[in-house]
Design a protein around this ligand. Sequence first.
Ligand SMILES: Cc1cc2nc3c(=O)[nH]c(=O)nc-3n(C[C@H](O)[C@H](O)[C@H](O)COP(=O)(O)O)c2cc1C
Length: 375
Amino acid sequence: MKRRHFLGLAGGTLVAAGATAYSFSDKRNLQRADLPLVGKGAPTLSPDEEQILSLASLAPSGHNTQPWFIQYLTPYHWIIGNDSSKWLPAVDPHQRETMLSIGAFLQNLEYAAQASGYACRWTLLAGTNQNEHVMDVSLIKGSSVTPIDVEKIKSRRTMRGRFLEVPLRADDLAHLLGSESESMRYLPVAGKEAQFINEQTIEANRLQAYRDPAQGELADWVRFSSRDALSHRDGLTTGGMEITGMSGWMVRNFYDKARVLTSDFRERGIANVRAEVASSAGWILISTRDESVAGLLETGRRMQRLFLKVRERNIALHPMTQILEEMSTRRSLRSAIGIEPGVQFILRVGYVASYPPPVSLRRPVSWFVRLPAAV
Ligand SMILES: Cc1cc2nc3c(=O)[nH]c(=O)nc-3n(C[C@H](O)[C@H](O)[C@H](O)COP(=O)(O)O)c2cc1C
């Protein structure tokens, strides 16, 4: 066989092999639209109950751990629980963020219940962030409140990446903070407080990226492949982390936990944070006077009320909580001039040119509802 002919054949074989390998590879990020929101469910639940709980579960949570469960007592009477198997001990050792996430879940649940015509009667059960039973809720038919459009719950998402570097307009700010301006504060991008948060966010991410327990914990919640994502329906997928195109394909097919612990991966994460903080309209801080269970749950609810208002104004929100998770940056925030004590949420905010649909996954309702033991 002539050499050129052989090379041609070999090249063709390689291309065909490559194309075959590619066609069997993990080509696309598994995303929310690929899976039904309401599945077959637990047989005990009524369609209303299942709908309300699936909407509640669209709440945000740190690393998308979804740290809640439902102890089903009787129809429309449940206990909202704190699932310790979903805690993040390396970055949230006192379960402060767990309670904030459960607060966001409660807000979604209340809005979803109102949309189906129910009012919620709440009784706080937890005295600490570690108690398994957090809140007792009864849903009573006949809500008199004008419900919000549940499409807002369905379309809410965390945005990462770059935002436009223009400050929020006064009318948008008034819409977002509304009557909650006492506990929420906007730091416009050009101000010295926003610059301080930018610098400290980079520093906190650098500290955290090189703190092995924190980086290892992050790796445990990354769902590298679509198969992994489908079996867990939680955590951070390539789409959720906004790693798209060829980079997303590489992560889905070739990355694993060990890769997240390499210095290359850590440095790339810090570089991303630098780029993100360099492009925004500034920051929104949410504070609470006390860190009691009730205070944290209310702050989580407040954050969620804000989160549900941003898309209609083309405004993106990105919780960036590392300053509060690293001891030294948390301390420097406390002593910073012009920043009030008791900050629980640090949210990067800004206008965006395009606002894609949500991609992060959720566990089906039947996975987080615990039914009473059969007698
Ligand atoms: C308490 C809390 C802390 C969070 N911290 C961060 C963070 O530091 N960085 C980040 O990119 N996202 C953070 N998030 C956003 C979550 O990662 C996000 O809600 C989750 O992945 C689900 O995605 P979704 O909000 O688009 O539904 C946080 C969310 C909550 C509720």
